[in-house]
Design a protein around this ligand. Structure first.
Ligand code: ADP
Ligand code: MG
Length: 471
């Protein structure tokens, strides 16, 4: 974060309160996005001028400009408007260090401007829904989504919903851990429909926004309008629905909206970080309705998928990255795709800033904090959660006394994997599975080994789980 003291229009950003505003705004954003992102993106920005309600900021590279425009400019603008209500937009342009600051003016050669207007809500789906649908990320299209084993089912289901003119599986319930592409797929559905059949109306909203709007409607006593808005839509997508579990009146409203849309044959798409059955604090009747459609699980990434994603992102960024570096990242950053992307971006940004080629050494250096966080061993709790999700049972069934095959078998698989993947002893593992005896664990290990021999699809399941857990 810098302040240019010699802007062309005669105003000195540091001598009035412009510099103070910039400090305040970047301080707030720094707190929101964290230190690493601050160092990579905010720090290299220079405030050049504020005039006619527009903040002008320069950055050293095109890559940074694009990244900041895609990720931070809207937020910058919002924060700035709070500091100074006159601010309407933020303009980010490229200026290399070699250029003298005097050449900077809005239309000067050598600087490319891209701006985001503060009042705009971003891109919105469905022509008539501008007031209600959330913004869509330009990059979240089907074309940009890399398909691999862990997500091929969810991808195929999402595509089907996007391409069909009538409701398919209702609802399509996408679930998976954070950063695995749920939001990406939902936006992709919206983009696709918007392009191919613009007359269909689509609403994409986070569950949080849904709740917020609902509460506001209650307060302003226009719940009828609220209901109408939702109930006349062709495709309704609610992201992160786990957010409304436990929030009774919102759930109730959601349930009614949901039912009336389903009854009219409208498509609903929902995402959550838990399976319908694992949504605690959700009403049974809502859970059973959610379970009625198609539940598509996005599994943890595999090495192959991570490498594919990295290759595609590197290509998009237009930078040359040695295959060794990509392989290293795919191997090391296993938590989710968001972290993987973040890692790649940091490496690229760093290389561009210091003007050096990307190397394995530099990568290790730049990402040491991230790599440390990913360098931990899998826990029994994670194994239980993952296996339960895979077999669509509750995580609590890992500890329960239930002996039905539908829960006993997954429990045995989890015990088997706990033995394979952790350094825990049999008695320790037994204790973590509802205080079972070590002989039970031994039996489970033997049983799973036997079944793997007999049943290839079972063996593949176990292998898949093992690979997912190992990362
Ligand atoms: P979620 O909503 O599940 O938490 P997101 O959809 O926000 O995750 O994905 C996190 C980031 O990872 C996004 O930038 C998204 O574009 C990217 N991403 C996730 N899965 C894929 C994939 N299969 N191919 C390309 N990018 C992906
Ligand atoms: Mg999401």
């Amino acid at each position: 974060m810098n302040i240019d003291e010699t802007t062309t229009d005669g105003t000195d950003p540091s001598d009035n309160d412009q510099g103070t505003q910039w400090k305040a705004v970047s301080g707030l954003l720094r707190a929101e996005i964290g230190e690493a992102a601050y160092q990579s993106w905010l720090k290299p920005m220079t405030l050049r001028a504020i005039s006619d309600g527009q903040v002008k900021i320069s950055v050293p590279t095109r890559f940074m400009r694009d990244w900041i425009v895609a990720h931070y400019v809207d937020r910058l603008c919002q924060l700035w408007a709070k500091e100074n209500p006159d601010i309407k937009s933020v303009d980010v342009f490229i200026q290399s260090d070699r250029e003298a600051p005097q050449t900077v003016s809005k239309k000067s050669a050598g600087s490319e401007a891209a701006s985001a207007s503060g009042s705009s809500n971003g891109v919105t789906a469905g022509k008539t829904r501008i007031d209600i649908s959330g913004p869509l990320d330009q990059r979240f299209t089907f074309e940009n989504f890399i398909v691999g084993k862990p997500n091929e089912f969810a991808y195929a289901a999402a595509r089907r919903v996007a391409e069909a003119s009538t409701a398919q599986f209702n609802p399509l319930f996408l679930y998976g851990g954070v950063g695995l592409g749920k939001t990406h797929l939902m936006h992709a559905i919206a983009w696709h429909i918007q392009k191919s059949t613009p007359d269909r109306s689509v609403i994409y909203l986070s569950a949080e926004k849904f709740m917020y709007r609902f509460i506001r409607a209650l307060r302003e006593k226009n719940t009828v309008d609220f209901k109408d808005q939702f109930r006349s839509v062709d495709v309704l997508m609610i992201d992160d629905v786990q957010f409304i579990s436990g929030k009774d009146s919102t759930q109730e409203e959601f349930f009614h909206t949901f039912n009336s849309l389903v009854d009219q044959g409208r498509q609903i798409v929902i995402s959550s970080d838990k399976s319908p059955s694992d949504l605690e604090g959700m009403e049974e009747r809502l859970i059973s309705r959610l379970n009625c459609g198609l539940v598509a699980d996005i599994h943890a990434t595999t090495y192959e998928l991570r490498l594919g994603i990295l290759q595609s992102k590197a290509e998009h960024l237009g930078v040359k990255i040695p295959p060794k570096v990509l392989e290293f990242l795919a191997h090391k950053i296993t938590a989710n795709v968001r972290e993987l992307e973040g890692g790649l971006n940091r490496v690229v940004a760093h290389a561009q800033l210091v003007g050096r080629e990307i190397s394995l050494e530099a990568t290790q250096d730049v990402l040491h904090d991230l790599l440390r966080a990913n360098d931990r061993r899998v826990t029994i709790e994670e194994i239980q959660k993952r296996v339960a999700a895979h077999f669509n049972i509750r995580t609590s069934d890992m500890h329960s006394a239930r002996r039905a095959r539908s829960v006993a078998r997954p429990r045995q698989v989890a015990m088997y994997l706990a033995k394979q993947l952790t350094a825990r002893s049999l008695p320790e593992i037994g204790r973590k599975f509802g205080g079972r005896d070590h002989t039970t664990v031994m039996h489970a290990v033997k049983k799973v080994d036997e079944l793997r021999e007999l049943d290839t699809s079972f063996a593949e399941d176990v292998e898949l789980l093992r690979r997912m857990l190992e990362g």
